[in-house]
Design a protein around this ligand. Sequence first.
Ligand SMILES: Cc1ncc(C[n+]2csc(CCOP(=O)(O)OP(=O)(O)O)c2C)c(N)n1
Ligand SMILES: [Mg+2]
Length: 599
Amino acid sequence: MTEEKAVQGGKHIARVLKEEGVEYYFGLVGGEMYTIMVGCGMEGIELVHVRHEQAGAYAADGYARASGKVGICFGTSGPGLTNMISGIAHARRCYSPVVCFIGEHGMITDGRGGSQECNGDQILPSLTKWTRRIVDVHTLAFFTKKAIRDAMTYPQGPCAIIIPRDINPQRTTIAQQAGFVPNAYEKPLPPMGNPAAIEKAVDTLLNVAKKPIIAAGNGLFYSNAEAELQEFVELTNIPVITRRQARGAVPEDHPLAFRGGARRATLRASDVACLIGLRLDSLEGFGAWAKGRKLIQITESVSDIETTAPSEEIVIGSPKMILQQMIECVKQNYKGKIPKKDAWLTELNGFKAADQKYLDDEIARVKNNKPIHPAWVADQACSVLEDNATVILDGRTSSTHTTPRFIAKKSGRSLDGGLWAGLGHGIPMGIGAQLARPGEQILVIMGDGSVGLGAWEFETAVRCQTPIVIQLNNNQVWHGLAGAKFVHGVKLVGEQTPVHHPAFIHETDYTKFAECVGGIGIRVEDPKDVAAAHAKAFEMAHAQNKPAIVDIVVDGTIGGASESAVTDAQMRQRLSWLDPEDLDEEWRQRLYPELYEKK
Ligand SMILES: Cc1ncc(C[n+]2csc(CCOP(=O)(O)OP(=O)(O)O)c2C)c(N)n1
Ligand SMILES: [Mg+2]
């Protein structure tokens, strides 16, 4: 037997990544990372080298959510780590399975004023599932394997491995790696639910409920239970709402699927709600709708159980397995006894029709507007999308107009910043998603504000030959503030000029930027050209294997999609940063009526 050769730490990391099926890794180079990069190169793992470390984390996230595999990112010590933070936090708040390798100053220089000194293990714990600072080279393989396993376990999220500068160069054999034997770990089968709890849940849904609904979220997506969910709702005639990454698990144009504006009314009208892998967080209004109705909760993690409303039944296990068990239970015990619930579905179809009418009426009103209305942009963009297209939402106004108009036909096709609600993730997420889904349409929705937080990744997309299409809603404003000034008629900060005004972005032709880094740029100023421009962008991007920007001159006075429905009370809260004296007389009277009441 030939004696096994000792190698540097990075090669052990690379070997485990290979063993786990990793094909790409994303990040920006720095001293401590070289041995990992050498190892990955030797293993044939492709490097996607980004222009800013946050993009490495965003791209790993986009790749992970689009591929169902782990996303790997890396950055160097100190500034590399601090630049990664937005992307890591974004992955954490979007339940994305990402593993981060991050360099650190040498242990021997700790506290002595070494270069790039930064203690990541004191910064990252609140933004990751766990953060581990490696103190012995013999544990690298063990923690790499563990990080991947834990990141991929529900609820998915990032794990970070911090590697001090003096660790990686040390040479060890695989046999010397502590607690690690190659190929020793196989993923266990997903856990089944308690049969008695399942029978009770099915009984509640079919016999007790008059107006049942199912609402499924990230947990359903990660257990890969799309087919089971569709089979169950078709078998039982129960309406379904899909959220976050699960959007489209039952295609949103399915007669039993309720979405957009109809979703809220549907939830409020229900009497029994079955949550499948869905947290009632701020994106779900903290479950205010759930009070006063019975909840059935299906989740893989006890820590996810909601206490917003009393639970009728809680079933712990994999949504995929539990749905299979529920299907079996219905087939065996409820043959010919499944309630039709026609009245309930008629009520819900009323909500659906009203929502569609609202969307259609808006389009009829604004379709010829010039400058172009963002609702029309969203409508036209969606009209050229194929069923398996992925839409990545970045930028504000544009995203809020796209969300209700995009009809997800498969899960994992609507990818956004979720609870993190950041800006600048769009292009790198698009790169990651495109690598996971070669040949498919990847549309990144951005504003002219958000593009400034990540535009140079367009060059990464050119270099890595990822033919994503970026729809850039060029409205020359940062919406949040502009909305207040233009839409709601309030004075912002005195009479400042555009130069110093926080709302304005300079008039820019982004096609020139696209072309200067070697990509495709298409400018749109006429509403009639929007759909054709999107179609042409996809066609050219896929033919030339490079990314495209569709730069659309959009009306900067238009706010988010839901803005017109904002009540005065909500507006008062939104504008809480203004004293009543800062408002026009009309708005002061509306928002602060108490100031006008006779004493
Ligand atoms: C990283 C980050 N910075 C700031 C914000 C606050 N914010 C939310 S929306 C918005 C304006 C976005 O403008 P733009 O991308 O141009 O989109 P528009 O609404 O104009 O289409 C800002 C600054 C944020 N969500 N994330
Ligand atoms: Mg803008």
